[in-house]
Design a protein around this ligand. Structure first.
Ligand code: AMP
Ligand code: MG
Length: 312
């Protein structure tokens, strides 16, 4: 194998890195253009899904609540998937928390530093039940004034789309700020070993997993904060306050969007209800509580060796 090539961009408020290792130098131009296409997905999805740009498709829905609007395939996919996870988690996961997030202080666009103030007054408490999809016409209708927050699915979707572009190269790693997809083997020809950060010690690991052709995503209360560090970014939709029953959740799944969303959902549910959700959804995971107790699914410590084909 050649020396691995690493490409990094800043997008979706995080650092996205793609690492590849081509076995044939003749492929390097092909590989470069595949990486370009892979990275372009992050911008494409961010542009449509962000709540930080009043002109984005997601915000156009907010500004015309009650109207059925045709949307792009990626926005339809992200919202449709978020609603599925909302139902499966009995509302612990909820993509309608945009205004709650903004009011807690998550109101700054990462690239410009500008704060957003959405001029929408909710008429009453909103939930995922206020979002309607029409699968034939591919429209979305917001039944009440609300702001979508797709922060827990958009990165995962972008990683999956990027992985599709790179699939022909077999061995690659995509890391979008803690949401990863690992294709094939690492540059040494072994399955990838991924460290899981200790939620209370920045430079320490609490565990590691061995993976191939799998996604692994972690949601942690240390990742993003507002109000001078007083509040973190994963909310209990019943109270709109930061959830306290977990410090971090790591999920391994076949698709990054699933791992991303379920890590957030299990974080809100906490160990008692989060582990059964992960079991029901057929994925593995580890929940670490603020007192550093560990809860995991039975398959969490298994090796995810190559041979399993990617399902993206
Ligand atoms: P993640 O870092 O993948 O766990 O996603 C956290 C992000 O998802 C936050 O920054 C919010 O944008 C959004 N979010 C927060 N709480 C929830 C929730 N209960 N359900 C769905 N999305 C949420
Ligand atoms: Mg997530």
């Amino acid at each position: 194998m050649n020396e691995p090539a690493t490409h990094t961009i800043v997008v979706m408020g995080t650092i996205v890195t793609i690492q590849t290792a081509s076995s044939d130098p003749k492929h390097s131009r092909q590989q470069d253009s595949a990486i370009e296409r892979a990275l372009a997905w992050f911008h494409h999805i961010e542009e449509r899904c962000t709540r930080f740009n009043p002109q984005s498709e997601a915000m156009r829905l907010s500004n015309q609540s009650g109207v059925s609007l045709p949307v792009s395939p990626v926005l339809y996919e992200a919202v449709g998937f978020a609603l599925e996870v909302a139902k499966a988690s009995d509302g612990a996961f909820d993509p309608t928390l945009g205004l709650a997030m903004e009011r807690l202080g998550f109101d700054r666009e990462y690239s410009t530093g500008q704060t957003v103030h959405t001029d929408i007054e909710p008429t009453s408490a909103v939930s995922y039940r206020d979002v309607l999809l029409d699968p034939i016409r591919k429209t979305i209708t917001l039944l009440r004034p609300l702001v979508l927050d797709l922060g827990a699915v958009a990165k995962g979707l972008a990683v999956d789309m990027a992985a599709r572009e790179l699939r022909e190269f077999e061995s690659f790693a995509i890391n979008a700020g803690g949401d990863l997809y690992l294709g094939g083997c690492n540059p040494k020809g072994e399955p990838w070993t991924i460290g899981i950060r200790h939620p209370r010690h920045e430079d320490a690991l609490i565990d590691s997993v061995v993976l191939s052709n799998r996604a692994v995503c972690t949601s942690g209360d240390y990742e993003r904060t507002a109000d001078d560090g007083k509040v973190h970014h994963i909310l209990d939709p019943r109270t709109n306050a930061p959830e306290k029953s977990a410090a971090s959740v790591t999920v391994i799944a076949q698709s990054t969007m699933l791992a991303d969303a379920l890590a957030t959902a299990a974080f809100v549910l906490g160990p008692e209800r989060g582990i059964p959700l992960l079991d029901r959804m057929g994925v593995d995971g580890l929940i670490v509580t603020p007192s550093l107790d560990r809860y995991e699914t039975r398959g969490m410590s298994r090796d995810y060796r190559p041979g399993a084909s990617p399902v993206l």
